[in-house]
Design a binder for this molecule. Structure first.
Ligand code: NAD
Ligand code: DAU
Length: 337
């Protein structure tokens, strides 16, 4: 059996990856290590948590006594665990530095002691390139992160790379664009707007709404990671982008149309400080290995909207019962100037 450690496997992309990996690889035994922060939900793994080839470990990647041995016995590590929300990093950056940078350091130290390690996948982000005025970011471009989240991810990205260059660890780095799909925490724009609109609540659009994101379906992301585990070269960086550049205001209209809700729900709110205008990835390197996205954005968005409509059991407890969500929402949307 191939021993696979997935950190952050109770989060959005991690839980989709665990589900995908168990189905795609009958010879993989998957261990999820997750701290279950406000963003981590056992519910996101509900259908696979007791799978015979899955083990769930509740714990912190920063706890070297716990995470070290899990890494040491692994053949593959896919490291998703992170603090991930830009707006929260602007409010308070400390947890981002600790988890995203120091947490990655702890795992990499474990990887140095792992005799059977074949791959360490450092999940980075397109945000490390910073805002892209024109053209598309290539893997060799300079990193210009502009908010505490993306700066912490850039630190981890380069730290992981350094463990390949220095210790010859089998590290690869992936930089994906904005993911969407089921089980995304409802602070991120698509699930926030969908779930607000379902309840006829305002959808708070930042600034002039003309910022651009490149949307990637989470399952296309999972397929890309899977391919790279097999086909990538150590020490290399790979962009993973959906090729769907959409302005936020257009995205918002599409969501409201899919739900049959009026445009009057759109409420302009003060912009995110330092808000990156546009991200865009050149994905030629990944495509040359045989990957291309399979899910068209219109279809994927419709299915995603339908998923949130059909799975209120998953998001209503977060929005309506978790005091951490309420206090974040209040601070971000009501008391912030
Ligand atoms: P998420 O916030 O939904 O999930 C993060 C998970 O990590 C949660 O389950 C949380 O409990 C866990 N976690 C946090 N701190 C931890 C710690 N100290 N120890 C163990 N577990 C911890 O995030 P996501 O959107 O699924 O993102 C996953 C990864 O992908 C992140 O590294 C993120 O930077 C990267 N990424 C995300 C996107 C996107 O659009 N969502 C795009 C590119 C890259
Ligand atoms: O690009 C990859 C990144 O995508 C990941 O690395 C991050 O982990 C992930 O959170 C995401 O970052 P963004 O900041 O792009 O995602 P978010 O969903 O927060 O915002 C998407 C866009 O929508 C952005 O331009 C800000 C805007 N927005 C967001 C929220 C939450 C709004 O207009 N209103 C909102 O309420």
């Amino acid at each position: 059996m191939v021993e696979v450690l997935v950190t952050g496997g109770a989060g959005f992309i991690g839980s989709n990856f665990v589900r995908y990996a168990l189905a795609a690889h009958p010879d993989w035994r998957v261990t999820t290590l997750d701290k279950l922060t406000y963003a981590g939900r056992r519910d996101s793994l509900r259908d696979v948590i007791n799978h015979e080839r899955h083990a769930f470990v509740h714990g912190d990647i920063l706890d070297a006594a716990l995470s070290g041995p899990l890494v040491e016995r692994s053949n593959i590590v896919v490291h998703f665990a992170a603090e991930t929300h830009v707006d929260r990093s602007i409010m308070a950056a400390g947890e981002f530095i600790r988890t995203d940078v120091e947490g990655t350091f702890v795992l990499l130290e474990g990887a140095r002691r792992a005799p059977g390690l074949q791959r360490f996948v450092q999940i980075s982000t397109d945000e490390v390139y910073g805002s892209v005025a024109a053209g598309a970011s290539r893997e060799t471009d300079e990193l210009r992160p502009r908010n505490p989240y993306s700066a912490s991810k850039a630190g981890a990205d380069r730290l992981a790379y350094s463990y390949w260059a220095t210790y010859n660890l089998p590290v690869i780095v992936t930089r994906a664009s904005n993911n969407y799909g089921p089980y995304q925490f409802p602070e991120k724009v698509i699930p926030l707007f969908v779930t607000n609109a379902i309840d006829d609540l305002p959808v708070p659009l930042y600034g002039d709404g003309r910022n651009v994101r490149d949307w990637l379906h989470v399952l296309d992301h999972c397929r890309a990671i899977d391919l790279l585990i097999d086909a990538a070269s150590n020490g290399e960086v790979y962009n993973i982008g959906g090729g769907n550049e959409v302005m936020n205001v257009d995205l918002t209209h599409r969501i409201l149309e899919a739900l049959g809700k009026p445009a009057s729900l759109i409420t302009p709110v003060p912009d995110r400080p330092g808000h990156d205008r546009r991200y865009c990835l050149d994905t030629a390197k990944l495509r040359s290995l045989g990957w291309s996205p399979r899910i068209a954005f219109d279809e994927g968005l419709r299915e995603t909207v339908d998923w949130y409509r059909a799975n209120e059991w998953w998001w209503r407890p977060i929005k309506e019962q978790d005091p951490r969500f309420k206090s974040y929402y209040e601070a971000q949307y009501h008391t912030r100037q």
